[in-house]
Ligand binder design. Structure first.
Ligand SMILES: NC(=O)c1ccc[n+]([C@@H]2O[C@H](COP(=O)([O-])OP(=O)(O)OC[C@H]3O[C@@H](n4cnc5c(N)ncnc54)[C@H](OP(=O)(O)O)[C@@H]3O)[C@@H](O)[C@H]2O)c1
Length: 220
């Protein structure tokens, strides 16, 4: 059972996810790239209740880890202690931030597979990556609300996917499983879903519109 949520990245997305996790009743541990002192004041104001710690302590003290840092910095993740922990990858390759990185732009491999290959755990699920942080902040709704929004997720292990589905629901969104981690490519920048703020019905329609010709454009 997930009781504590660890977030690596205390920027726009990390902060919103911290707020949603607190609202859902989880204990929240969060780290930026540096010392906890650098973020503790902003956390106490913007996500009161979230505990600022080092990356190592976040990993040690949390049941699930969310990656909310710039993808281009993934090699700075303190991987010790991740072992068999469940990791939710919310990162995207965004060249304006990450620079031109051919290693992150493989059209045959989702960026979450790159992360899975780097981490000492195989338990990686991609989620919370396609919706903008402001839509995440505003969109949380109780189950069965007519205007509830949906979050797509991709992962290889059905049990881990089920845990993350439950998690997304508790955050106030309808989970929509789209397939294995490789399918995470359908959520990345350049896809129909990236940047979308859809209901479940709209999300399913967007997925259906992701045709082979879209993939062809990406592969061209
Ligand atoms: N913004 C969105 O709407 C949105 C939505 C979905 C997904 N995403 C994805 O989420 C990720 C973060 O985006 P963002 O907009 O939140 O960026 P951001 O505002 O620039 O925040 C990034 C945070 O990550 C921290 N960081 C860097 N390396 C770290 C490490 N090794 N451990 C822990 N924290 C580290 C940074 O700390 P310093 O400032 O000290 O470097 C900063 O606090 C990106 O991959 C992005 O594609 C963003």
């Amino acid at each position: 059972m997930i009781e504590s949520v660890g977030i690596l990245g205390a920027g726009k997305l990390g902060l919103v996810l911290a707020r949603l996790a607190l609202k859902a009743g989880f204990k929240v541990n969060i780290a930026g790239s540096g010392s906890p002192d650098e973020i503790s004041l902003s956390m106490s104001v913007l996500a009161p209740g979230a505990v600022a710690m080092t990356q190592a302590d976040v990993i040690k003290q949390s049941d699930v880890i969310i990656l909310a840092l710039p993808l281009g910095k993934y090699k700075t993740i303190a991987v010790d202690g991740l072992d068999d922990k469940l990791v939710i990858d919310a990162m995207n390759y965004w060249w304006e931030v990450d620079g031109i990185r051919p290693d992150l732009d493989d059209v045959h491999k989702s960026t979450s597979e790159i992360i899975r290959d780097f981490l000492p755990t195989n338990r990686v699920v991609k989620a919370f990556s396609h919706m903008g942080y402001h839509d995440l902040l505003d969109g949380s709704r109780p189950a069965n609300s007519s205007d509830r929004k949906a979050i797509a997720l991709a992962g290889d292990n059905r049990d881990d996917v089920a845990l993350v589905e439950e998690f997304i629901d508790k955050f106030g969104f309808d989970p929509v499983y789209i397939g294995a981690l490789q399918e995470g490519i359908r959520l990345q920048p350049g896809s129909n879903l990236f940047g979308a703020n859809p209901t479940k019905k709209e999300l399913l329609e967007l997925l259906n519109h992701f045709s082979d010709s879209d993939l062809g454009k990406r592969l061209a």
